[in-house]
Ligand binder design. Structure first.
Ligand code: ADP
Ligand code: MG
Length: 350
């Protein structure tokens, strides 16, 4: 064990503020559920959430996303490691009477926080105290306005659509001016048009108010457009962290490459067969759009399938017994059975 690891393992007083950390900082965080003794839901996670950004935690179902979100918020007690907010330790339910960090609010997956029988206005206004009724009314009106739900003000939650309920849940979470909004699978079960509008509204809140947003999703395609930072989880471990475009261009492993880009993954032997340089034991990833296929009667590749996808086509090409997926944005007119030469614009080795 290194010297620095020894220091970070020593018990730190909860009342000491550590300097130089990201807004939310998870250090060596682990969580075991009692009925899954040998498998940790979250294993030794290090993560930094920057202030005023939208961070998306992505990974398949069961990868530990919700567990991590609840640990960041202080709803769950970690079994190892700790979470810091502005350098201060986030206390779990064992140390706190009211669970959850006071500077954060969470919108759960099923908005179960909402009072179904009350109307939209009361659901939002009830979060505010009655000491200043004018301010209470103004804040509520402003929040409904910013989430474009003013016209629903007197409707009961039970009469709203899923998408409308979600906007009410967000308004209810934000009306008390938290610094951080946590959202678990916010774009689940809403159509693409609704999702895009909600993403624009969340982006506006982040830009105008400096709100920090952490959201969880199992579908990278629905968050790539909105996230400033990504944290990719698999089986409770961090597979990649950083800016979406950077992880996309330089994935650190096959999992990240496949998840974000549906990349072609090759062993070093396979890469060598394609005259790509990968030392023994390494793996190469080639994104489908990094390959160009040119019709060539003497080419080494054979088109196995052409899938028309509208504004692009997907080719399956077999070359030296390797099957490659290629995305062509200029429709090539190639047909199954034709021979091609392939050009590789780029590939990544790890
Ligand atoms: P995700 O949100 O990515 O789907 P979760 O954080 O909900 O993943 O779950 C991670 C793992 O922990 C899964 O294997 C899940 O079955 C398990 N798990 C989650 N919550 C509990 C719980 N309350 N009790 C026991 N196991 C749980
Ligand atoms: Mg979940």
């Amino acid at each position: 064990m290194s010297a620095s690891a020894t220091i970070s393992c020593s018990p730190t007083s909860p009342d000491v503020q550590l300097e130089g950390l990201a807004l939310i900082h998870a250090d060596d965080l682990s969580k075991y559920y009692a009925d899954k003794r040998n498998v940790a839901a979250i294993q030794h996670i290090h993560a930094d959430i920057a202030e005023g950004e939208i961070t998306a935690i992505i990974g398949e179902s069961g990868s530990g996303k919700s567990t991590l979100l609840r640990l960041l918020y202080g709803l769950l007690e970690p079994d190892g490691g700790e979470v810091r907010y502005r350098g201060w330790k986030v206390k779990g339910p064992l140390e706190k009477l009211i669970p959850g960090h006071p500077a954060m609010r969470m919108v759960s997956q099923h908005f179960d926080d909402l009072n179904t029988y009350a109307n939209v206005w009361d659901n939002v206004a009830s979060r505010l105290s009655n000491t200043d009724l004018t301010a209470k009314e103004e804040k509520t009106r402003n929040m409904l306005d910013r989430l474009s739900i003013s016209h629903l003000s007197s409707q009961r939650i039970s009469d709203l659509s899923g998408g409308e309920r979600q906007r009410v849940a967000i308004a209810r979470a934000l009306v008390t001016d938290p610094e951080v909004l946590l959202m678990d699978e916010p774009f689940n079960q809403v159509d693409a048009a609704f999702r895009d509008r909600l993403q624009q509204d969340i982006r506006k809140l982040v830009d105008e108010d400096g709100l920090t947003v952490v959201l969880v999703s199992h579908d990278p395609s629905e968050v790539l457009a909105i996230a400033d930072a990504l944290l990719i989880l698999r089986e409770g471990k961090v597979m990649a962290a950083g800016k979406p475009a950077e992880i996309y261009k330089n994935p650190p492993n096959a999992y990240a490459a496949t998840l974000l880009a549906k990349s072609n993954i090759l062993s070093s032997e396979g890469a060598t067969l394609l005259k790509l340089n990968a030392s023994p034991g390494k793996t190469a990833a080639i994104h489908p759009e990094w390959i160009q296929a040119q019709p060539d009667n003497h080419g080494a590749g054979v088109v196995k399938a052409v899938l028309f996808k509208g504004f692009y086509e997907e080719l399956i090409v077999e070359i030296n017994q390797i099957s490659l997926k290629i995305i062509n944005t200029q429709l090539s007119g190639l047909k199954a059975g034709e021979r091609v030469t392939l050009q590789f614009e780029r590939f990544v080795v790890f």
